[in-house]
Write a protein that binds this ligand. Structure first.
Ligand SMILES: C[S@@+](CC[C@H](N)C(=O)[O-])C[C@H]1O[C@@H](n2cnc3c(N)ncnc32)[C@H](O)[C@@H]1O
Length: 320
């Protein structure tokens, strides 16, 4: 089985997701990050003829592509534009709970990242915005880049971008904006390109464009991606039926940490208050069992086909 289904788009860890969800014919599944609909396509194919998917995506363009791709499944695929932070609410509204599985394949797809007009890309030129989804906040990448202090920018690039050169980049941005405001992605990318640096983290140590991690940090901040992830994970546990599985692919160590900690906490029967005296804990309900002690990663074949898979980590847990 391959992740490339009917479209020039690879679903990361495709087989691992389908196996990991322990799909059952006729089951109900939520795909919180539809994207091009690749994972959903696999789920609907494997659970034919009556399995169903409720698919969410915050992005209207992705939703349009997934609608086209999943057309052949008719009303077995129900697609809704929503942030996955609202997953439990949408499932209830659609009368689609409890479910046998939830999948989250985080981040943006390459088709979103590569479209210069969307403003996520440092390769083309677009407005420095980076908000995605229908319910958008007021914060844009332009506001951060033009108004935040050097200290705040450096912290952002270091923490959300894991960019070791964050402080140097922040200083250069603050210096450059004294002359002119940053309005476009091209302007910011050109400045960072002049400064040099840029190295991938994780398993792939090849050089990357110096803007890669800065753009990632801006996007994550603008869309409050870590906070939305925590809300989505909580919603997923709420809607899972006993024995149902939660499968989450992350591409960033901070996201992976949120997923790992969430699963560990839900798999424990006690809470240890932070900063409390040694040995202090309170009993609580254990709601998950961890299936993947270590996260699953892409094998050599997938790595050769799709560079994006290099930083993918899949964690799976089962509702008790
Ligand atoms: C990597 S793509 C998913 C690809 C998909 N699994 C496939 O096989 O085609 C991630 C998708 O999740 C969406 N997304 C990211 N964060 C989201 C959020 N908080 N709520 C809803 N959708 C989100 C993005 O718009 C994007 O379309």
């Amino acid at each position: 089985m391959t992740g490339k289904v009917n479209a020039p788009h690879y679903s990361v860890l495709y087989k691992e997701i389908l196996d990991g969800l322990k799909l059952s014919p006729g089951g109900r599944y939520i795909d919180g990050t539809l994207g091009a609909g690749g994972h959903s396509y696999g789920i609907l194919s494997a659970t034919a003829p009556t399995g169903r998917v409720l698919g969410l995506d915050a992005d209207t363009v992705a939703l349009g592509i997934a609608t086209e791709r999943l057309k052949e499944f008719g009303d077995r695929a129900r697609l809704v534009q929503s942030n996955f932070a609202r997953l439990a609410e949408v499932a209830r509204d659609e009368d689609f709970a409890p479910v046998q599985g939830v999948v989250l394949d985080l981040g943006l797809s390459s088709m979103q990242l590569d479209d210069p007009q969307r403003g996520f890309s440092f390769q083309g030129d677009g407005p420095l915005d980076m908000r995605f989804g229908s319910v958008q906040g007021k914060l844009t990448a332009a506001i951060i880049v033009n108004a935040w202090t050097e200290e705040k920018l450096a912290k952002l690039f270091y923490e959300l971008g894991e960019e070791p050169q964050g402080r140097r980049y922040a200083r250069a941005i603050v210096e450059a904006r004294k002359q002119t405001r940053f309005e476009t992605t091209g302007q910011l990318a050109a400045l960072l390109a002049k400064l040099g640096g840029g190295r991938a983290s994780g398993r792939d140590k090849r050089p990357i464009h110096p803007a890669t991690k800065v753009f990632q940090a801006l996007r994550m901040e603008v869309n409050q991606e870590l906070a939305r992830l925590s809300e989505g994970l909580a919603g997923a546990v709420e809607v899972l039926a006993p024995g149902g599985r939660l499968a989450v692919i992350s591409f960033h160590s901070l996201e992976d940490r949120v997923v790992k900690r969430f699963m560990q906490l839900e798999a424990s029967d006690k809470i240890v208050p932070e900063g409390g005296p040694p040995g202090l804990s309170f009993p609580k309900e254990q709601r998950l069992a961890i299936i993947t002690k270590k996260p699953l990663e892409a094998g050599p074949d997938e790595l050769a086909q799709n560079r994006r898979s290099r930083s993918a980590k899949l964690r799976i847990a089962e509702k008790l």
